[in-house]
Design a protein around this ligand. Structure first.
Ligand code: TYD
Length: 207
């Protein structure tokens, strides 16, 4: 199956929302119908990004808020330039686990950074590349926290209040950009959630 152009679809949600399971299911579904895909993630979708991811998730001394932001942005700039853009030029369907909205939700709504400033910085890092579709997996923060278990990374260790702010942030973003951002109720079974994912993506791709 050939598409006339590439499509860029991003998956978003608080830690433990189940989006990684869903993005893998979608990737398999698209490959099965003969589409060319690229499944990737942030942070860590490029080679340089793998080193940045290690710092972002496991550096165990205090990280200044702006330093954290710029590390995510450095990861994103390299990822867009070396991985995402070439795949879109090749007319692939790019499925990306987290993108600019994660910076707005985590470094903005949760850490208190200015959304306007972060929008500007995201634009600089990506050269203005926007997703065609972003799916937010919305889940009760308490349920998501339970799913994470005990071995948590640096961001997951932030408590329930932090994750509630992330959830509210995503819902706010979805309200501001209703055409691009679709919210799925992720408090349901994997099958029920995936059926919504297929429907939303099907509408975008006309399949
Ligand atoms: P990861 O293990 O990929 O989490 P998940 O499976 O939930 O996506 O870790 C990525 C972490 O980085 C996650 O806690 C969200 C955070 N993050 C930001 O704070 N800002 C960003 O811009 C991005 C891309 C991720």
């Amino acid at each position: 199956m050939e598409f006339k152009k590439g499509y860029f679809i991003t998956f978003e949600g608080a830690d433990g929302c189940g989006k990684t399971t869903q993005i893998k299911l979608l990737n398999k579904y698209l490959i099965d119908i003969g589409a060319k895909t690229l499944l990737t993630l942030e942070p860590g979708g490029s080679d340089l990004g793998k080193s940045l991811r290690e710092i972002l998730l496991h550096y165990d001394k205090p990280v200044a808020d702006r330093a954290e932001t710029f590390l995510y942005l450095a990861d994103r700039a390299q990822h867009v330039n070396n991985i995402i853009k070439p795949a879109l030029d090749d007319k692939k369907i790019v499925l990306c686990d987290r993108y600019v909205d994660s910076t707005l939700a985590y470094q903005g709504y949760a850490r208190g950074g200015s959304i306007e400033e972060l929008n500007t910085l995201n634009n600089i890092a990506t050269g203005g590349l926007k997703s065609d579709l972003t799916i937010v997996f919305d889940i009760e923060s308490e349920i998501a926290q339970k799913r994470l278990g005990t071995t948590k990374d640096r961001l997951e260790k932030e408590g329930l209040e932090f994750h509630k702010k992330i959830r509210t942030g995503y819902l706010e973003l979805a309200k501001l950009e209703q055409k691009r951002i679709k919210v799925i109720n992720a408090n349901r079974s994997i099958e029920e959630i995936f059926s919504d994912v297929k429907k939303i993506v099907g509408e975008l791709l006309n399949i």
